[in-house]
Design a protein. Sequence first.
Length: 497
Amino acid sequence: MSLSTVDYRPRDVEHGVLYRVIDEHLDAFLDAATHHADGSCLPKFVEQEFRDFLTCGVLRLGFARLRCSDCAFERLVPFSCKGRGFCPSCGGRRMTEYAARLVDGMLPRVPVRQWVLSLPHRLRYLLAWDHALSRAVLAVYVRVLLGFQRRRARRHGISDGRSGCVTVIQRFGGGLNLNVHFHTLVLDGVFIEGAGAPLRFRPLPPPTDKEIGIVLAMIDTRVRRLLQRRGFDTSGADLPQRDPVAEESPALAGISSASIQGRIALGRRAGARVWRVGEEPDAPWVLLGGPRHAHIAGFDLHANVAVPAADRARLEQLCRYLLRPAVAQDRLRLMGDGRVLLTLKTAWADGTRHLMFEPLEFLEKLAAITPRPRINLVLYHGVLAPHAHWRALVVAYGAARAEVPVPASLSANARDDATATMKLRHWAWANLMRRAFGIDVLACLRCGGRLRLIAIIDDAKVIDEILASAGRSAEYVDRAPPFTVSVDTNRAAAIDA
């Protein structure tokens, strides 16, 4: 791929809507959450996620210093927070890196189908903060899918066939609501091994609409059995006898429950619906059914997206979709009155195109989608499971060792056309920029030479001196004026009922 050498400019995070709202209103939000829960604070990891975000991409807090060995041109690359909740930059990097890892080193060159399981509201609430229960429900779901593949294979005369999958646990919906659901990429067929023969893949025909309904009914039944074994009451309103989330943090429980229901937990509008812009009040609620799509008692299963074996570019795009960050900066606007306008990627069935939040309402939505630290949200099952007997053979199926770019060395000797057959555990920042945007960030714009790392700067005095000498103010600069947009505020009124 031809690389662009356009002038790469690090993001101006401090002038972004997300940074500005968090920086100005975080303390007020934490106080409001504590007051709402009668003195119970939000968990420390939620507050830390916000604090860390305010350090992400800020040059005055430290940076890597790169210099061209030929003409002494310099580039400063700020540190990142590595947040997992809502940081668009760190989430974007993680998305690109993990998608590349899946396509280059994990998913074999066979057809792949995406299965998406959405859950009833109460179950989303429980799974949001109980990772053990989340994995147990996921295990039930995956066993049904892989068992379905084996049975279909037997109906086509294939015995002892085995399939595999990778699942991404997503925690958010398009409106920044807490929505725990599973995106699963299933190998669209089975692997078989004959006596003395190499491993072979046998594709299966697409599932029928009726089969999707049968699979979902089985998932519904088995998940309810699991919940009953775990001590939850699944009769009637599907409510558990106890609320472990509220026992741990009443503040988090209130924010999470409101987020799932599309309502507000804190402030003067507590209990009201999120403001919707463009909504048609009289629009009927229509449950749309499509091919390979079923809905039962709050469970929803969709399996109509498939990628052929040869289309690796499309597969990588699908992986990025599964791994995408919750917040996209270009969809946020700051209104003249301080409210935050979120543009939906696609209009909702009722005509809603934007959501509008007071600053504290916006922060409570971010808090609800922040995951616990040190939990794995990407999980492998079947022949792709970590200790599966066939895993090494399956991963290598259909191609020789994948060729990936040599890590973009920060030395002066790195060249664009260098490649090697190697397995990357962690992708360098420069390689990710190449992969995602086709930009060579290590190319010197002045002379065409190569930039190399000369120092990591984290001393405040040295930072000030370098920024001053580079003509960059280490002080906080004046902010840009708020974005204004013409909206019908009458259509955005809260509906408290």
